[in-house]
Design a protein around this ligand. Structure first.
Ligand SMILES: [Zn+2]
Ligand SMILES: [Zn+2]
Length: 283
């Protein structure tokens, strides 16, 4: 009985033991039923793969794994390996040092409010196509692949000791038009992979800012100034906590800065940034 956490003591039910007993019975039911329903699932999955084989998200060529790219499409992307550990700015290999050990000139002279950034890919024409399809083209099927990339590139350095994953929020009017927030879709999937809780409620966008596309650094900073807010009732949950902020692209870092400042002012101890892609110019 102990294996399933059963505490079958009717005399103690008024003290909450009835709840324990219910949980114990649920575990027992799951332990018996899981193998029964997993076997048909595997068979159905196998038949499904035979009838509808996994295909590349981009060129639809047949692949081995679902929700990913074929090797040909992969080769066209540039993974970020050597970059500034604080802002993920790509660095020249001749500067030496291992991945994630370097600091760029900007971060040395005027450190940003976030302490660590990881980006999976260089933001170029190829990665932009995939991200735009996900963001504006209703291609939610990209989300599992992007989430896996984020989880892999973030690794222990980003997730160890993290308390919250916070996706960069959209204003509700934009989310209503787009139907979903791409950062939130990534956040909930990365949360499942990493085991770090996602806090959609911890950061809100209170201003409907115009799109950042085509704006320079100064204009971007003005655009997002005062755009974000930690709701007063969420402050207690942020006090002393380490936050992983998730967004799709790190362009000038204006959004990451604005969000980090608001989170730190609300009491967060540390903000780390995680994005799919990074533009190769200084923040
Ligand atoms: Zn392909
Ligand atoms: Zn840097």
């Amino acid at each position: 009985m102990g294996n399933f956490g059963l505490s079958w003591r009717p005399s103690r039910w008024p003290n909450g033991r009835f709840h324990d007993a219910k949980l114990g019975l649920a575990s027992l039911f799951q332990a018996i039923c899981k193998p029964l329903y997993r076997t048909p699932q595997k068979v159905i999955g196998g038949i499904g793969n035979f009838l509808l084989p996994p295909r590349c998200l981009s060129c639809r060529q047949q692949t081995l794994q679902d929700n990913g790219l074929c090797p040909d499409c992969w080769r066209q992307l540039t993974p970020l390996t050597l970059c500034c550990q604080r802002c993920a700015l790509p660095m020249a290999p001749e500067l030496g040092g291992g991945a994630g050990d370097l600091l760029c000139g900007n971060c040395l002279t005027s450190p940003p409010p976030f302490c660590l950034t990881r980006s999976a890919l260089l933001y170029d024409d190829v990665s932009a196509q995939h991200i735009m399809a996900f963001k504006h083209g209703d291609r939610l099927d990209y989300a599992p692949w992007f989430a896996r990339l984020l989880w892999q590139v973030g690794g222990q350095k980003l997730f160890d000791g993290a308390d919250w994953i916070v996706p960069v929020p959209l204003h509700w009017t934009r989310q209503w038009r787009r139907r979903y927030n791409q950062a939130a879709e990534l956040g909930k999937r990365v949360s499942k992979l990493s085991g770090v809780a996602v806090g959609h409620h911890l950061l809100k966008r209170r201003k409907a800012t115009k799109s950042q596309g085509g704006l320079g650094m100064a204009a971007r900073q003005r655009n997002v100034a005062h755009a974000f807010q930690v709701p007063p009732k969420s402050k207690a949950q942020l006090a002393g906590k380490t936050v992983v902020l998730i967004d799709d692209v790190f362009t000038t870092g204006a959004t990451a800065r604005a969000c980090s400042q608001v989170l730190l002012r609300a009491g967060a101890a540390e903000v780390r940034v995680l994005t799919i892609a990074r533009v190769a110019r200084s923040a």
